[in-house]
Ligand binder design. Structure first.
Ligand code: AMP
Length: 285
């Protein structure tokens, strides 16, 4: 594996090895890697002659400065994982490499309703920050294939839109959420959970499962109300617990025939914000 830190070095490397866009698989991350990231890297390595993994903790996507300050950094362990799965290139740019003109005059992106609902509503500016960094990274890495996790469901829809608007030639692959044995979705933020909060955190995936399993014979709103009660009883502060059309993310109050829906949760346990989701296709009910 080679470590590169600038766009110029990356471009020079691709050109010296005659690597073209269609041969590059790309896995963007913020580091503190876990088995979820590993599965994205494995997918990219298995399906592309060259895989680039980036580690960049993007300051512009943190609407809460404390969350940015507390973001875990485990670079040596990350490098071990990246190497162990056969990743060719680790790209680790500095902030000024991604934002050469500073972070205060950055472009904005037309994300429509996606920016007003769920994560867009509760984390103002977050998706603009995600698009600012992803747009730069896609221009620098120029991948044919991009690998992102379903764990961040709305982010996948936002990036699909970004690709549609301005990064023709990139195919996005949405990879399944990797979970702990008890069902908790893996997340870099899980290391911040106290032992007590870690035990309770599993309730999120259990509520999603209950919605998925109950939907065939129980009214969706009742399932959502029950989920609310259960999470609140465990001490969660809920940003949202809702069901939405899986393609548009418009909220729904029942599952219509032949339409996939997604149940989504964002909730705090202590001061750690966790998100998770579960897609419910008509055939999975
Ligand atoms: P992050 O480092 O949190 O920005 O995540 C980098 C990529 O890993 C994103 O595409 C995430 O959706 C994906 N990811 C994070 N957690 C998981 C997980 N548990 N399973 C699969 N992918 C994940």
């Amino acid at each position: 594996m080679i470590l590169l830190k600038t766009a110029a070095h990356l471009a020079a490397y691709f050109s010296s090895k005659k690597i073209s866009q269609k041969n590059i698989g790309f896995v963007p991350t913020m580091g503190a890697l876990h088995a979820g990231h590993r599965s994205l890297l494995q997918d990219a390595v298995a399906n592309n002659p060259v895989t680039v993994c980036s580690i960049f903790v993007n300051p512009t996507q943190f609407n809460d400065p404390a969350d940015f300050q507390k973001y875990p950094i485990t670079i040596e362990k990350d490098i071990e994982m990246i190497e162990s799965v056969g990743t060719g290139i680790l790209f680790m740019p500095a902030v000024h490499e991604i934002y050469p003109n500073g972070i205060h005059t950055l472009p904005s992106f037309n994300l429509g309703r996606l920016e007003e609902i769920f994560e867009g509503k509760f984390r103002p500016g977050h998706f603009q920050g995600v698009c600012q960094v992803m747009s730069r990274l896609l221009s620098i890495v120029k991948p044919g294939n991009l690998y992102m996790g379903q764990k961040d469901y709305q982010q996948c829809l936002v990036i699909s839109r970004l690709i549609e608007i301005m990064h023709e030639g990139v195919t996005m692959h949405t990879c399944p959420t990797v979970r702990e044995p008890d069902g908790l979705a893996m997340s870099s933020r899980n290391v911040r959970l106290s032992p007590e909060a870690r035990k309770k955190a599993v309730t999120i995936s259990q509520v999603l499962q209950e919605i998925k399993q109950g939907i065939a014979d129980t009214d969706l709103q009742t399932l959502i109300n029950n989920g609310h009660t259960r999470l609140q009883h465990e001490g969660f502060r809920i940003d949202y617990l809702a069901a939405a059309n899986a393609a548009t993310l418009e909220p729904v109050d029942r599952q219509h025939d032949n339409t996939a829906i997604v149940a989504l949760i964002a909730a705090f346990i202590d001061d750690v914000r966790l998100i998770d989701n579960m897609v419910i296709t008509p055939s999975s009910v």
